[in-house]
Design a protein around this ligand. Structure first.
Ligand code: SAM
Ligand code: MD0
Ligand code: SF4
Length: 346
């Protein structure tokens, strides 16, 4: 395609023209550098139409790494014999002090399905309220599948966004990834949250049992549920887990899926996660059409990420200052808080 044709393609996406399964498969099958560049160019064009050069910044707080589940891809599954932590109220208050005025648009409170909070979910609601009172910022919660009543209480106490990733919309693959967890129950939790006024985030894993056909199935699954934020993450093999020995995948499939997500969800949030390849990886993901940087840690933090590309590295570069510096070199900048609130309210 010529530049003119690419611009017309972008224009069609901006105007919501449909994309057929055949077209999606063709895009996902692209291999050549030149064709990939065209795909990313089109995705950026669509993103820039809605968001300009402005990027949102999400702070990540993994406040409990205990979990009752056995997801085969996850380091924190209950069968893995690892060191775990659960932050106290005081720890969280201290973190809020360093976050004040740092420039985040939202704070993501994530945990494993920790029995301590699942047995007495009020404890979780209190943490949401604490962070809201301390920072007054929008809050994302990523607590796993919680009872509807608790989702309502968290919402009433300041939670705005509910993140819960399906990983795949292929039920057979799902059963191998989220062992023993309900496929429908996960979809239903997001549906309920959305109905009750949350923004919701859905997500896919790539590089673990998915091919082009199942990726298209998953993209259509995400499309059906009207999520406000849609992500893809490359599976990173984790020590001590059933898929430990799987070969590390390249980022190519993730970057292509990010661009295709942008074409399918022109005005939604699409993350560039620091958890997979740090700040260099952030640049690639933004250039493929992403518009919110996630997994930024509080300054000098020793908290964990989820996939943790940097578990064994000496230096971590997951702080907001380094992110903003890099954005500037790319000709991008943090969006205003007002822009983020506008998105939440839309
Ligand atoms: N426990 C909650 C749950 O599972 O919904 C919250 C944690 S959730 C944010 C963890 C997400 O990180 C998973 O849904 C998965 O998409 C991603 N993830 C976990 N392990 C990963 C790995 N090894 N490589 C890539 N992504 C991973
Ligand atoms: C990330 N580590 O964005 C975070 C995490 C949970 N809501 C998000 C997977 O990469
Ligand atoms: Fe637990 Fe979430 Fe990891 Fe699954 S992905 S084992 S639910 S922390």
């Amino acid at each position: 395609m010529t530049r003119d044709e690419l611009d017309k393609f972008a224009e069609a996406r901006i105007n919501g023209a449909p994309l057929s399964d055949a077209a999606l498969k063709k895009l996902l099958a692209i291999e050549s550098e030149a064709e990939l560049e065209k795909l990313y160019y089109t995705a950026r064009k669509v993103r820039d139409h809605f968001f300009g050069n402005r990027v949102f910044l999400n702070c990540f707080i993994y406040f409990s790494t205990y979990c009752r589940n056995q997801c085969t891809f996850c380091y924190y599954n209950c069968k893995n014999k690892i060191k775990r932590y659960r932050l106290t109220r005081d720890d969280i208050e201290d973190i809020c002090k360093v976050l004040k005025g740092a420039g985040f648009h939202m704070v993501d409170l994530t945990m494993g399905e920790d029995p301590y909070f699942y047995e007495e979910p009020e404890r979780f609601v209190e943490l949401v309220k604490l962070v809201k009172d301390e920072l007054g910022l929008p809050i994302m919660i990523s607590p796993g599948v919680m009872r509807n009543e608790i989702l309502l209480k968290a919402r009433a106490n300041g939670a705005n966004f509910f993140a819960l990733y399906q990983e795949t919309y292929d039920p057979e693959l799902y059963a191998k990834l989220r062992v023993g967890q309900s496929f429908e129950g996960r979809i239903e939790a997001r549906r309920f949250a959305k109905e009750k006024g949350y923004c919701v985030e859905d997500g896919l894993l790539t590089g673990i049992g998915n091919d082009i056909d199942s990726t298209v199935l998953s993209l259509r699954g995400m499309e059906a549920h009207k999520s406000d934020m849609v992500r893809v993450m490359t599976f990173i093999p984790q020590e001590g887990t059933p898929f430990e020995g799987q070969q590390q995948n390249s980022n190519l499939s993730e970057l292509k899926i990010i661009a295709v997500l942008r074409l399918l969800f022109p005005d939604r949030l699409i993350p560039a996660s620091l958890d997979l390849e740090g700040i260099d990886g952030m640049e690639l993901r933004l250039n493929a059409g992403a518009n919110i940087v996630t997994s930024i840690l509080p300054p000098d933090s020793e908290l964990e990420g989820v996939a943790n590309y940097d578990r064994k590295l000496e230096e971590r570069d997951r702080d907001i200052k380094s992110v903003i510096q890099r954005l500037k070199t790319m000709g991008m900048e943090p969006a205003s808080q007002a822009d983020f609130e506008k998105f939440l309210g839309a």
